[in-house]
Design a protein around this ligand. Sequence first.
Ligand SMILES: C[S@@+](CC[C@H](N)C(=O)[O-])C[C@H]1O[C@@H](n2cnc3c(N)ncnc32)[C@H](O)[C@@H]1O
Length: 376
Amino acid sequence: MDKTLQGFRSHIIELGYSYFFAKSLLTAVKLDLFNRLGESALTAREMARKTSCNPRAMELLLNTLVGMKILGKRGIWYNNTPLTREILLRGKGGCKTRPYYVGDALNFLNNLWEDWGQLEESLRKGRPIKQHEMYLEDRAVTRSFIHAMHNTAMGHAELLARVVPLKGVKTLLDIGAGSGAFSIHFCKANPGLRATLLDLPKTLEVTREFVANYGVEKRITLLPGDYNKSLPKGFDAIFLSHIIHSEGERENLELMKRVYKCLNPGGRVMVQDFILKEDKANPPFASAFALNMLLYTEKGRSYSFKEIKGWLEEAGFKSISWPRLPLPRDISIVMAWKPTSDRVSLRGAKRRSNPLKRLLRSARNDSQDASRRGIA
Ligand SMILES: C[S@@+](CC[C@H](N)C(=O)[O-])C[C@H]1O[C@@H](n2cnc3c(N)ncnc32)[C@H](O)[C@@H]1O
């Protein structure tokens, strides 16, 4: 076997085995193993007692987690590493003391496990095996979904707030805001900014708690609503994060038309999602996420920049761009402007090319800084 084939073969077989590691981590989170360890060191026998598991089996799991560099081990004692504490311990003050916690997101992924087991069935039928709305009907499920979304958003919300150009923007509408993580950080980074968070009423009950925790409630308005029906008017900027992947092409075109109408002249829209290149295969997380949406929606999937640009152009937007920001899981943002008038928009497009270059440069520096500090 030549070296290239050998390398590719190993990569493929390791990919097949990779769920051993994923499910070990997800099961440990489900057993609340990291919080039970906390700042202490425990033996496998002690951890087995705390989690009602078999001691021999627990030792096997703990050793796997040590091998994955998630736990430390000294003799027969296991402990959380300093980095593990930052992201897998809940912290007494919740998101105030452990802002980069990922346990809710991992618990949510563990809940998707059974659904991904039905991928073959979904592929044969071309239909979802569950409806996405399930996350939004039951209060407890909505809560765990929004907490999971908060964990994932916090991977780059602070970075985004530093690099997205919101100078001079006074009013922002965050459509389908979830926990409000992005708007909270936009407000923190831009003292003159006020944000309106539009979401479904049950979600907003959870959003309210996050907004209060970050102490920005005076500059944030929570607005119950349905983005598929109507939107409030009079905003300088509109942010849609992880919204379009749940909807079909027609619904997204109609949504962009509504967004256009509710922006002030000269206002901007920012669409954040797992955005695909023209081949619809790359970046790979975006194409895999489209498959995830097959499991839960009739028409949802990841979209390419070309598709998003098409809806924005049809809605009337100009100066549409796709700045490549180094964000986790290949998340990216499409930006577009509503012209003040046709003439002004042409001049505006030229003026805006430089801020975007600056934004990219600054994002690269910030992201290197963030990954050095281990938070991205
Ligand atoms: C995938 S989450 C994204 C949350 C947030 N934007 C983020 O990026 O973290 C989708 C959000 O859209 C909200 N949502 C779903 N359907 C909606 C609708 N028809 N009208 C308003 N909000 C909706 C959900 O409650 C949820 O908060």
